[in-house]
Design a protein. Sequence first.
Length: 228
Amino acid sequence: MKKISLLFVVSLTLGLFTTQAQKNLIKDGKFENTYFNVNDIVRKMPDKGVWFPYLTGDRLAVLSVVDDEEKGKAVMFQSLTHVSYAYSYVGQRIQEDLDAGIYQVGFWAKSLLDDPKPVVNVYLRVNTSPNNFLFFKLADVNPEENPNKSIALWQKHITGQWKYYTIDFDLGQTVNNAGNYKLAKDKGTPFSVVKSAKMDRKDLYLGISCTTRNAQFLFTDVTLTKVK
């Protein structure tokens, strides 16, 4: 009887852990209850758990929720000029306080143009003032081993076919510079990777952007789950 009870407790504990680990921390990841259509300045950071467009200048991009025949609701990101990942993006503040660990962002995306193919940027950033950069580190990138690669921004060319992408972030570490280590060192810019504080994980947001001029892409079915 004791063995059965112990097995039940262990199974229940593992079940609760699995459920928590697989929980999607993004609200309305398929944009079924979200709508915006903006191409003018909008710098509002809304409440947690709400998708929002962010543009620091007019004529930089058009950010809108559209209907796609295959995927249903999706965000269309149309860049009108070379935009910054930090000042022109679609984002969501994470509603829950998070523990340190490895978290995975997943989403479907495709380019609407054969040329240019968009370079999509994805990041998790602490909700600090606009000029105070503090990002969570990409889990699989070491600055000393990859000096020419950003350790905070996931950057990828998106193809013209729907494809599913995943990115792992280490919420146990923050980095104060989204540029690569070599560039920061050459410019004499401070660059540090430190253990994240509890406050860092209480208010962070997911940002999805495009830094390619005159590109168009769709993305939908966004998830953020704890994997380790």
